[in-house]
Design a protein around this ligand. Structure first.
Ligand SMILES: [Zn+2]
Length: 137
């Protein structure tokens, strides 16, 4: 898990114009930037980036969001992977949060349950195929 402070730092540091600008040629229009939407085919630019709000939005297809949402959508990444992508771009060291004892136990419990249910699944499968009773069904 990426810790909260690192997430905040990534979101604070990521410059929406820079992030989007890597994929879309942006032109300044008033306080905003505008370019061709990377999410749908268009000839007239309707993809707007607002540096003051730190968000982007396409008025054609509705896609957009902050820098993290943009990378998630465009690169088909999960939220943590999009954060890691931006952290790498801005040389922000990722601090992975240590799991608490409780979280570790929860995980161990889940893994045990998975093993048990795996075993049970195999057992029933075998019983169904390899015994007379099973074959009768
Ligand atoms: Zn669009």
């Amino acid at each position: 898990m990426i810790d909260r402070q690192t997430i905040d730092k990534i979101i604070d540091t990521a410059d929406i114009v820079e992030v989007v600008g890597e994929f879309v040629t942006l032109k300044k229009r008033g306080v905003n930037y505008i370019g061709l939407c990377p999410f749908h085919n268009e000839k007239t630019p309707s993809f707007t980036v607002s540096p003051s709000k730190g968000i982007c939005k396409c008025f054609g297809c509705g896609n957009g969001g902050n820098a993290v949402n943009f990378i998630m959508e465009l690169e088909h990444l999960s939220y943590p992977d999009a954060l890691k992508y931006l952290a790498k771009k801005y040389n922000i060291p990722i601090v992975e949060k240590e799991q608490t004892e409780e979280e570790k136990q929860q995980k161990t419990k889940l893994e045990s349950l998975r093993i048990v249910s795996d075993y049970a699944g195999k057992y029933f499968h075998r019983t169904l195929l390899d015994t007379e009773e099973g074959n009768a069904i």
